[in-house]
Design a protein around this ligand. Structure first.
Ligand code: DOR
Length: 422
């Protein structure tokens, strides 16, 4: 296939110029200024659009095995394709948890049967994600785990975490921190601040995140384990990361679209649709995160796609499920949050960097690479959750007018055109 006339943006080369791209047998074979279609070769006209290495979302909840009413491999990976993602890493808070090679084998069968994009499992750090006994890291890595996390929960016992990090130090897969001190968080349903006090709701203070980020960065440095901070959301956590880096840490971090764009004020208008862990913070945190993206402190964009059923997300904030769907709005929401972000930097954050952090293929369109490609354009649209492929329809972005959309996604040379994209 020839993808012609697009603006090719590939931070791995680096390249940001009008170029044609030829794909053959699932691999990128050629990039050129004017490639002539061969006889019978399909041509995708990408004029006016951006052609980038396929986006990789390293933080997604696909819910299988265990919660097919919330999401399945089929619906979650179709949502990924529509959102521009050619690969996702799926989190282990399934039922059973991804803590054993036998469970990874069940997942691998589901992925082989149903997945529309590449799926990389994240193994648990502790058995059952209970925070007590470490998993068998070697066995999980052999069974396909590319990283390890108890995401959804913090490993609260520092001794357990340190021993696990020492145990896994020689294994490639990065440790990913879910950073919320459970005791400081208590029964919180939102960020602790002016809004939680006005609404009379229990809040989780920013320091609940800061202390765990600081602790985990220290444990990472001391044990030599490679470390990544998930969904970083506070100024204090940014400070802890800067401090660790000034002392030689190579830890990485990610930020979500919702923490960049929304604040605890969203809870007033969206209620349960805005309930998420870590919670939407205040305006100064969101501003600090955007500044940190611009200055290079943030490594990765990730969605924390966390679908739940409509029933679980309805009703009052105190009882509603935590998290919301993200794959199909992410590209648009990032553009809204950071309208001036150079495209090379955007593609680095959403493709090249996550490939590097996870140690998986992708993030590049160099000749010889897998033909995983995302084609998108700056075209406004309105977010309508009823059109989502994901089973999760709840999002605080519902109804927003957004500036950018995904037109097509190519996985291993196979083209998927997003329905209704202009
Ligand atoms: O809001 C969230 N939902 N944060 C998490 O860390 C877990 C996720 C879920 O699995 O629903």
């Amino acid at each position: 296939m020839l993808i012609s006339g697009g603006r090719l943006v590939d931070p791995s080369q680096p390249l940001d110029a009008r170029r044609d791209l030829r794909i053959d047998a699932g691999v990128v074979v050629e990039i050129g200024e004017h490639l002539t279609p061969r006889e019978g070769e399909p041509v995708y006209d990408a004029s006016g659009a951006v052609v980038a290495p396929g986006f990789i979302d390293m933080h997604v909840h696909l819910r299988e095995p265990g919660y097919p009413e919330k999401e399945t491999i089929a619906t979650g990976t179709l949502a990924a394709l529509r959102g521009g993602f050619t690969a996702v890493a799926c989190m282990p808070n399934t039922n059973p948890a991804l803590d054993d090679p036998a469970v990874l084998a069940i997942l691998a069968d589901l992925v082989a049967r149903d997945a529309r994009c590449r799926v990389y499992p994240v193994g648990a750090i502790t058995r059952g994600r209970k925070g007590e006994a470490a998993v068998d890291f070697t066995a999980l890595a052999r069974a396909g785990a590319v990283a390890f996390s108890d995401d959804g929960n913090t490993v609260m016992n520092a001794r357990v975490l340190r021993d696990a990090a020492l145990d896994a130090a020689a294994i490639d897969g990065v440790f990913i921190s879910h950073a919320e001190d459970e005791h400081l968080k208590g029964n919180a349903v939102m960020h602790e601040g002016v809004v939680s006090r006005a609404l009379g709701l229990p809040g989780s203070p920013a320091v609940a995140e800061d202390v765990i980020v600081a602790r985990d960065l220290l444990i990472g440095a001391e044990t030599g384990k490679r470390w990544h901070i998930a969904h970083l959301s506070t100024r204090g956590a940014l400070d802890a990361l800067r401090h660790a880096r000034a002392h030689g840490s190579d830890a990485t971090c990610e930020v979500t679209p919702h923490h960049l764009l929304l604040t605890d004020e969203t809870i007033r208008t969206s209620g349960a649709a805005g309930k998420v862990n870590p919670p939407l913070r205040d305006a100064s945190d969101a501003r600090a995160l955007r500044d940190a993206v611009r200055e290079g402190t943030i490594d990765v964009f990730a969605t924390d796609h966390a679908p739940h059923t409509a029933a679980e997300k309805s009703g009052d904030l105190l009882h509603a499920a935590v998290g919301f769907t993200g794959l199909e709005v992410a590209v648009a929401a990032y553009a809204l949050a950071l309208p001036d972000l150079p495209l090379l930097r955007f593609v680095e954050l959403i493709s090249t960097a996550p490939a590097r952090v996870l140690g998986v293929p992708g993030g590049t369109l160099r000749a010889g690479s897998p033909a995983d490609v995302t084609i998108f354009a700056d075209r406004p649209w309105t977010i309508d959750p009823s059109s989502f492929a994901s089973k999760g329809k709840s999002t605080p972005f519902a109804g927003m007018r957004v500036p950018r959309r995904v037109l097509a996604t190519i996985v291993g040379g196979e083209l998927y055109r997003v329905p209704d994209a202009p």
